[in-house]
Design a protein around this ligand. Structure first.
Ligand SMILES: Cc1cc2nc3c(=O)[nH]c(=O)nc-3n(C[C@H](O)[C@H](O)[C@H](O)COP(=O)(O)OP(=O)(O)OC[C@H]3O[C@@H](n4cnc5c(N)ncnc54)[C@H](O)[C@@H]3O)c2cc1C
Length: 385
């Protein structure tokens, strides 16, 4: 398909954020939407590399509120978009090994319950009953929410891409945005490797590359890429079918069932900012050693696959969502810092409202504005993995 020369809205990036935004704009009646993705396929970057976890358990009200809106959208996704997404409400179990962290999580659980999320608090004997294969050495307590779980990121992106196209939007791969034309403080268009598109509205949905896309418009968007990696094992029949998504919080170490095997990841706290997506073999050894201590049956496992991807990290680990005040017509949906997949559905809708109705109204997103970093209003989140 040839590149249109004009559009009401141009979206830069075809991961979950761009695809959800395109669909929700079109659903609200804005059909002249053009999404440009520079890779050959949609959703191959952060979204395609992600662990697929979806949860209500967070340490800030805004994240819990985003989950309260977003996870039900995933629950009705197949019905709405005619696309199965392998939804599995296996629950998320946070293992806590430190008194200070236990106190913080108790506080988080109270806040979650106040907002209507019935997270359970488990003592070690209850955890042992729930996940017999886990070695509970040092575990003091755990929080568990049965409505948390997993969904397939690629299916979610495909569902939104197909849904947006059915509504008349244009979504293209293999088109790189190389510049943003700003005139008199307003967006006028984008430059691409296939020519220019005139538009009054540009959405920066470039994930780990959001900073670079911001620079194209002369704006500092403080989102940086940080490598995170994953290992998936060959089938492990000993893992029970109801095995939850388990996070050893102090170690940033996690496991969940991936088909007949186990998917595991662990965040390297010393990982430098950068775009390197090669697997760090030294860190993989540290990760697997810690993983085998927690889940000893991994010692019998063969590795089936491994990959590295990029988190899109903001200074306070919360998204930058909404209009960018320095340039009229410029919007950002990025910086989800490791948990964006699950909030993609609602954030696409909220940004569509912000663009078309002047302000998001399904949820107040003023706390997620870019200006918070200049105004000293960063959000403090405790439970980031
Ligand atoms: C290892 C790992 C595990 C994760 N686990 C989870 C999890 O369990 N649960 C969860 O909710 N989240 C998780 N995340 C985070 C989640 O993947 C991200 O928050 C989310 O996918 C971000 O989506 P996005 O659309 O902003 O970014 P992306 O999916 O990266 O999409 C941005 C797109 O923009 C394109 N692009 C960039 N620049 C340009 C340009 N100039 N022109 C055209 N296109 C451009 C890129 O090619 C890319 O496809 C994980 C991330 C990683 C890396």
């Amino acid at each position: 398909m040839t590149l249109p020369r004009t559009a009401d809205v141009v979206i830069v990036g075809g991961g979950v954020m761009g695809a959800s935004t395109a669909y929700h704009l079109a659903l609200k009646g804005c059909r002249d939407v053009l999404l440009l993705e520079r890779e050959f396929f949609f959703g191959t970057q952060a979204t395609g590399k992600c662990a697929g976890g979806i949860r209500y358990q967070f340490g800030t009200e805004i994240n819990v509120r985003l989950s309260l809106l977003s996870l039900p959208m995933l629950a009705r996704f197949e019905q709405e978009l005619d696309q199965p997404i392998d939804l599995n409400t296996c629950g998320y179990l946070f293992l806590l090994t430190d008194e200070e962290v236990v106190a913080a999580f108790r506080h988080n659980v109270e806040m979650q319950r106040r907002l209507g999320v019935q997270t359970e608090w488990l003592a070690p004997s209850q955890i042992a009953d729930m996940v017999p294969p886990i070695d509970l050495e040092g575990v003091l307590a755990a929080s568990f929410h049965a409505g948390d779980g997993l969904a397939d990121p690629n299916s979610v992106v495909q569902g939104y891409v197909s849904g947006a196209r059915r509504l008349g939007a244009t979504l293209l791969t293999d088109v790189a945005v190389t510049g943003i034309h700003v005139e008199g403080g307003r967006v006028e268009g984008v430059l691409t490797n296939q020519g220019e598109v005139t538009t009054p509205v540009v959405v920066n949905a470039a994930g780990p590359w959001a900073g670079a896309v911001g620079e194209m418009a002369g704006v500092d968007i403080p989102i940086v890429p940080v490598r995170r990696q994953i290992v998936v094992t060959a089938p492990l029949p000993q893992v029970p079918p109801d095995f939850p998504f388990i996070i050893d919080f102090a170690q940033s170490l996690y496991f969940h069932r991936e088909g007949p095997g186990i998917l595991t990841g662990m965040s390297n706290p010393d990982e430098p900012v950068g775009f390197d997506q090669s697997v760090d073999k030294d860190w993989e050894l540290v990760h697997l050693e810690a993983a085998m201590e927690r889940l000893p049956l991994l010692e019998q496992a063969e590795l089936a696959s491994r990959w590295a991807g990029l988190y899109e990290v903001s200074p306070d680990a919360h998204p930058i969502l909404g209009r960018i005040p320095q340039v009229e017509g410029l919007y950002c949906i990025g910086g989800f810092s490791g948990h964006g997949f699950m909030h993609g559905p609602i954030c696409g809708l909220l940004l569509a409202e912000e663009i078309l109705d002047g302000q998001a109204h399904t949820l107040d997103i003023t706390s997620l504005c870019l200006e918070r970093f200049q105004e000293g209003k960063e959000i403090v989140e405790y439970a980031v993995v």
